[in-house]
Ligand binder design. Structure first.
Ligand SMILES: [Zn+2]
Ligand SMILES: [Zn+2]
Length: 389
C-alpha cells in the first residue's frame, strides 16, 4: 500500500507538470540593426467565430514567447457567432470589441497587439483578406453585410478600399485554402489588379489550416510583397499546436527597428519579414543570411596539423539543416549536418587526403541550407566562416 501511495504521489507531481507549468518559449535571435519579433498575424476570438476570449489570446502569446499579435476577427456579421445567437448584444455590435478588450492587457504583458479584421468573401475571387492597422472595423463589416450573400466579392472590394483609406496593411489570406482552391492555387486577375493598385500589401504564405503556399510565396517574391503567416486559430492554442510533442506555433519573424506597433508597421512596409513554420524558414537572402549567422555560433576551434574541430551551437528554436555545397570540395567534412535547436555539435574537417596538413587558419565552408527557402523550391546558400585565432 505504501508503495502504491508513493506511486500515486509521483503520478500527481508528473501530471502537475504536464498540466501547464512548462512554458514553450520560442527563441529567435536579433540580427544586426534589427530586433527580431515573433508574431501571429491572423487569429480569431469569441468576437467572431472563435472560442477563445481576447485576453486569453495574449496569455497564449506570453506562454510561447510571442511578441506580436494581430487580432483579425471576421468583420462580417454572418460570422459574429455569439452576437448572432444572442450571447452578446446584437443591437450594439461593435466589431472592434476584441481589440479594445485586449489592448491594455497586452500592453501590461508586453505584447504588441495590432488591430485588424478579416474580410471574408466565401465566393472566389478574391477570397479572404486581412486588414491590419485598421482604425474601425464597423464600416468594413457593414459593407460586407449590405451585399450578403450573393455579392460578397463586391462587399469585399468595398471593405478593402475602406480599409486602405484607414491606412490599413492588407494581406491576401491562405490562397491555397482547399475550399477555395480545391486542387490548384489560382492568382486571379483581381489579385493582380489589387496588387497594382496597392490594395494587397502582403501574402499569407503559411496558414496553420492549409500549410505552406508555394504559389503564394513565389508571387510575393516576384512582386516584392511582404511574407506573412498566421495560425488562423479559432480554438485554444494547445488544441492546434501539440506543444508536448515539441511543435511550435507558426510565426512571422518581423525585423524591426523598435519593439512597438510603429516598428512593426515600418518593417512590414519594407518587406522585412520571414516565416518560420514546421521547422522551415521562408524569406529573402538578405534577412535569412544574418539570421542564420546569429543562430549558428562557432564556440571553439581546435586545430592540429591535419584536423580542425569546430564546436558549433544553435542558439535558437529553429533547426538548421546543412548540405555541403560547391566551394567546399577540398575539404573532408560531413556532407549533411542537422543542428537541432539549442544543440552543441562538433564538426571535424580534414583535407581530402587526411594526412595532408591544414595550411590555412581561415576556412569558408559552403553549404546549402535545406530548410531555409528564398523562393518556392529555392534553398539558401550559406557560408560558415571559421577562423582559428
Ligand atoms: Zn480566412
Ligand atoms: Zn481567419
Amino acid at each position: 500500500m505504501k508503495r502504491l501511495i508513493l506511486l500515486s504521489a509521483a503520478v500527481l507531481v508528473f501530471t502537475g507538470t504536464l498540466c501547464g507549468q512548462v512554458r514553450h518559449e520560442m527563441v529567435v535571435p536579433d540580427i544586426p540593426g534589427f530586433v527580431t519579433l515573433k508574431g501571429d498575424m491572423h487569429i480569431h476570438t469569441t468576437f467572431s467565430d472563435g472560442t477563445v476570449w481576447p485576453t486569453t489570446r495574449i496569455d497564449e502569446c506570453v506562454w510561447e514567447g510571442l511578441d506580436v499579435l494581430c487580432i483579425t476577427d471576421h468583420v462580417d456579421g454572418r460570422l459574429q457567432k455569439y452576437t448572432k445567437d444572442g450571447t452578446f448584444n446584437a443591437d450594439k455590435v461593435d466589431r472592434n470589441t476584441s481589440f479594445k478588450m485586449m489592448e491594455k492587457y497586452a500592453r501590461d504583458k508586453g505584447v504588441v497587439v495590432i488591430h485588424g479584421g478579416e474580410i471574408t468573401s466565401q465566393i472566389m475571387p478574391p477570397g479572404h483578406m486581412n486588414a491590419i492597422f485598421v482604425t474601425d472595423n464597423n464600416p468594413l463589416g457593414k459593407a460586407m453585410d449590405d451585399v450578403y450573400p450573393d455579392r460578397q466579392p463586391e462587399g469585399a472590394d468595398a471593405a478593402v478600399r475602406l480599409a486602405r483609406k484607414q491606412n490599413a496593411f492588407v494581406t491576401w489570406n491562405h490562397p491555397n485554402w482547399c475550399r477555395q482552391a480545391p486542387d490548384t492555387t489560382v492568382i486571379y486577375p483581381i489579385h493582380e489588379q489589387y496588387r497594382k493598385e496597392g490594395l494587397i500589401n502582403g501574402v499569407e504564405i503559411y496558414n496553420w489550416w492549409d500549410g505552406y503556399c508555394k504559389e503564394g510565396h513565389h508571387w510575393a517574391v516576384e512582386h516584392n510583397l511582404t511574407l506573412m503567416s498566421g495560425t488562423d486559430s479559432h480554438h485554444p492554442m494547445f488544441m492546434d499546436i501539440d506543444f508536448l510533442a515539441g511543435e511550435l506555433r507558426p510565426v512571422t519573424l518581423i525585423f524591426t527597428r523598435e519593439r512597438s506597433r510603429e516598428g512593426v508597421r515600418e518593417a512590414l512596409d519594407h518587406q522585412r519579414t520571414a516565416v518560420f513554420a514546421e521547422g522551415r524558414v521562408y524569406g529573402s537572402a538578405d534577412l535569412l543570411t544574418p539570421l542564420l549567422d546569429a543562430c549558428v555560433q562557432v564556440e571553439e576551434v581546435i586545430k592540429t596539423k591535419t584536423k580542425l574541430s569546430i564546436r558549433v551551437y544553435n542558439a535558437s528554436s529553429i533547426p538548421v539543416i546543412l548540405d555541403k555545397a560547391p566551394g567546399s570540395e577540398q575539404w573532408q567534412i560531413s556532407r549533411h549536418v542537422t543542428l537541432h535547436p539549442f544543440e552543441h555539435q562538433v564538426l571535424t574537417l580534414y583535407r581530402l587526403n587526411t594526412k595532408d596538413p591544414l595550411e590555412s587558419d581561415v576556412f569558408d565552408l559552403h553549404y546549402r541550407v535545406d530548410n531555409f527557402f528564398t523562393d518556392a523550391d529555392v534553398r539558401l546558400p550559406w557560408v560558415l566562416h571559421i577562423e582559428k585565432h
